[in-house]
Design a protein around this ligand. Structure first.
Ligand code: NAP
Length: 199
């Protein structure tokens, strides 16, 4: 599969390692010229490419991995999504303070979904520290858990299949409003690194 990333930092790189190992193509982008990612894509190896944000956003599956204060700016400059899948890996930290942004009771992924109309938003990859996400998904006699939430069953199913194909265990938590809220930083799952036992 072809997967685009908006942001090429810690989270995008940690996920890219697994995607590339499984033979997927990863199109990485950041706020600068693709040339700024030359060394990174060389390090990541076969299947990794540096592209512009708009090219990354054209992939059938796109990972949103930019700091929360940049989310509106990034999504605001992209064309329509036409039903493509947007994995929301963000946490709503303000920078540089790392205080939580005031969402006025709303769910961060619902805000992302509003900013990317016609995207199928799936909340995933946000609960593990990047250093844990980068680790081998198969751990001892089990599989590292990724939580997944979303309003579109097909999109959620597609991401679950992708993640399981990489060796992760998937726990689906429901809609963006329920599961997305549970996954949201501040609600107990942040940083939790679970391994589900079994094949
Ligand atoms: N790190 C973690 O352990 C962790 C865990 C779970 C979730 N998250 C969440 O994942 C998201 C990314 O975190 P990270 O740790 O990967 O961040 P990071 O290492 O600081 O990387 C951020 C990336 O976003 C890009 N970016 C920033 N502003 C941009 C813009 N206006 N347009 C396009 N790209 C832009 C940066 O590109 P430039 O270099 O060009 O600025 C960089 O590639 C955040 O929302 C964070 O809360 C992080």
């Amino acid at each position: 599969m072809k997967i685009g990333t908006l942001g090429a930092g810690e989270i995008a790189q940690a996920f890219a390692i697994h995607l590339l190992k499984a033979g997927h193509e990863v199109l990485l982008s950041n706020s600068r010229d693709p040339g700024s990612l030359k060394q990174l894509v060389a390090k990541l190896g076969k299947g990794a490419r540096a592209v512009t944000m708009s090219e990354a956003a054209k992939a059938p599956i796109v990972v949103l991995a930019v700091p929360w204060p940049k989310v509106a700016e990034v999504l605001g400059q992209l064309p329509g999504w036409d039903g493509r899948i947007l994995i929301d890996a963000t946490n709503h930290f303000l920078l540089p303070s790392h205080e939580l942004a005031d969402l006025k009771g709303r769910v961060s992924s619902e805000i992302v979904a509003e900013l990317a109309p016609s995207a199928m938003v799936v909340k995933a990859l946000n609960t593990l520290y990047a250093s844990n996400l980068a680790r081998e998904p198969r751990e001892g006699k089990g599989h590292r858990v990724i939580f997944v939430s979303g309003d579109d069953a097909d999109a959620k199913g597609e991401i679950s299949v992708l993640l399981k194909g990489l060796g992760f265990a998937v726990i689906e938590l429901g809609s963006l409003s329920e599961g997305g809220r549970a996954q949201q930083v501040g609600n107990g799952l942040a940083g939790v690194d679970l391994v589900q036992l079994g094949d």
